[in-house]
Design a protein around this ligand. Structure first.
Ligand code: SF4
Length: 310
């Protein structure tokens, strides 16, 4: 486990949503149903530390540590553990793979958390990626704006902005994480021209109710962070007590769609167990009718639209 002093300071009481994300729970040891590698990343790794799942995108793991360790982490089999070996040699091997695979146009650098690397080391990696002509877009996956926002400095942003088009997907799970410090970190990044998205995980006892998710999504948008995904929890071993039903997620989506700005509505998605990729989960607004299709609006009113001709 790891909790830094900033994230620790957000805990108000034992068992609150910040506590649950950070403090180990004995139920982690009782879950024998989950999978060690739920997204099948190891078998999708042509070289250690690089996951190539979709034809034109790849994931490059560049750091084995995070600012705090989330109890629900999909990569808890290795993040922060000696099993996660990331060295100059593994990163070099990843870069070589990217170089000889021009179909890859977008690279997500993640870990662990890339923003825990020194600015100079991160720049070396970004610079090497930019030297590969087939790579158009670089994305960084980082929880640092939420869990250690003071790491986002003007110096870091001046370095990052040299490598556009560069996107950052961050990860907030609860409105209590939208602090002045987090707001400042996101402002610095947005002022550097870096589009920010958020990947939230739906977690039982943390954020599995419409009001909490609504406050989070609207609050993120006001911080210039576009809610991108709301993930159904992966089937990771040791995280079963966090898992909600899919109907819970669909109900939450119903409470968002139409009721808040479309900009604040993420895509609710399931990452298919075993590495099948993301599957969007959308509440159904259509009711199969007689010749025409009926649709319900977000307020439950019924509308018709003609079926296909011919
Ligand atoms: S920050 Fe991300 S990679 Fe790190 S422990 Fe949390 S979920 Fe896992």
């Amino acid at each position: 486990m790891r909790i830094n002093s900033y994230y620790l300071s957000l805990i108000q009481e034992m068992g609150d949503p910040i506590w649950k994300q950070a403090v180990p729970d004995s139920r982690e040891l009782e879950d024998r149903e989950g999978m060690v590698d739920p997204l099948g990343e190891e078998k999708l790794s042509p070289v250690p530390g690089l996951v190539h799942k979709y034809p034109d995108r790849a994931l490059l793991l560049v750091c084995s540590e995070c600012a705090m360790y989330c109890r629900f982490c999909t990569r808890k089999r290795k993040v922060g553990r000696p099993e996660m070996v990331i060295t100059d040699a593994t990163i070099r091997a990843g870069l070589e793979y990217l170089q000889k695979t021009p179909a890859i146009r977008e690279v997500l650098i993640s870990g662990g958390d890339p923003l825990l690397l020194s600015t100079a080391r991160l720049e070396e990696i970004l610079c090497s990626l930019r030297a590969i002509p087939s790579i158009e877009v670089i994305r960084i996956g980082t929880r640092v704006p939420c869990t250690l926002p003071m790491r986002v400095t003007e110096n870091l942003v001046s370095m990052l902005k040299k490598y556009h088009p560069l996107y950052i997907n961050t990860h907030f799970n609860h409105p209590a994480e939208l602090t002045p410090e987090a707001r400042q970190a996101c402002s610095l990044l947005a002022d550097g021209g870096i589009p920010l998205g958020c990947q939230t995980v739906l977690l039982k006892g943390v954020n599995d109710d419409p009001e909490t998710i609504r406050e989070l999504m609207v609050g993120l948008l006001a911080m210039r962070v576009k809610p991108y995904y709301l993930f159904q929890a992966d089937l990771t071993r040791g995280t079963g007590h966090f898992r909600t039903s899919i109907s819970c997620g669909l109900n939450i989506m119903r409470s968002l769609i139409g009721h808040v700005s479309g900009m604040a509505v993420p895509t609710y998605a399931l990452d298919a167990p075993g590495g099948g990729g993301k599957i969007p989960l959308t509440p159904s607004y259509n009711v199969i009718g007689k010749g025409e299709t009926d649709f319900t609006s977000y307020l439950g009113q019924v509308f018709q639209y003609p079926g296909e001709k011919g």
